[in-house]
Design a protein around this ligand. Sequence first.
Ligand SMILES: Nc1ncnc2c1ncn2[C@@H]1O[C@H](COP(=O)(O)OP(=O)(O)OP(=O)(O)O)[C@@H](O)[C@H]1O
Length: 258
Amino acid sequence: MRHAPPAILTHNVSVAFDGKPAVSGISASFPDCAINAIVGPSGCGKSSFLSALNRLNESVPGCKVDGNIELFGAALGRFAPNREELRRTVAMIFQRPVPFPLSIRRNMEIPITEHYGRNRQETAGRCEAALKSVGLWGEVENRLDMPATQLSGGQQQRLCLARALALEPRILLLDEPTSALDPMAAGLIEELLRELKSQMSLVLVTHNLAQARRLADTVTFFWMKDGHGYVAESGPADTLFNTPREDVSRAYFAGHIG
Ligand SMILES: Nc1ncnc2c1ncn2[C@@H]1O[C@H](COP(=O)(O)OP(=O)(O)OP(=O)(O)O)[C@@H](O)[C@H]1O
């Protein structure tokens, strides 16, 4: 029986800035329909690695990415022929929500019409469905023309999620998506991520080990050596949290270091 390839498979990936490696030798596998947490101390290159997965750091001056990245068994360039298509299918959510400085409606309409065309009825339907999927529709349906920046931080983050989900991504990259939110808003996002994993692969960079314990199916643990990050250990969340193999993982997950 042939097994489906993982959503993301990396081999020997490194990311360097001005010749100085931030991470090196990253070989990792992230299954589909799962929440894959990347954890590790500050500065070990988690965000740099995450951004390489949809070529976001290509536009950073002095940044160089090496190694192989495959998405669903296809090389990155074959999986998505251009950057726009890649960013649609491999969407990214950041620590601080970044809505466009426009109305809630325009925030949704712009990406939807860019991708699906200008049919007004279809656009309105996609907008409503995406806002419903993040539980925001009931909160904003009567004020869609209000500036998105007037929403609370948690609502803005859910709007950014809705904007990404409207384009039906297959992979969702999340860089500390709840660390700027209050516990209630963070809880709503966590609930959403749990629901979304039936439809896609999620890669979640988090500092918050309690969050990783609550959400993760797999864990990839980054640590630092010789001034750059590397994967110290990875595997099913249960194994990493309960019976880690490496001394450094045991110490980190017990809260003794990092
Ligand atoms: N745009 C950039 N230009 C130069 N160096 C950078 C840039 N972005 C990241 N770095 C460097 O790469 C290294 C890894 O940073 P990165 O943000 O990826 O780590 P991280 O594990 O995500 O950290 P944190 O958990 O604090 O967000 C750091 O030394 C950082 O200074």
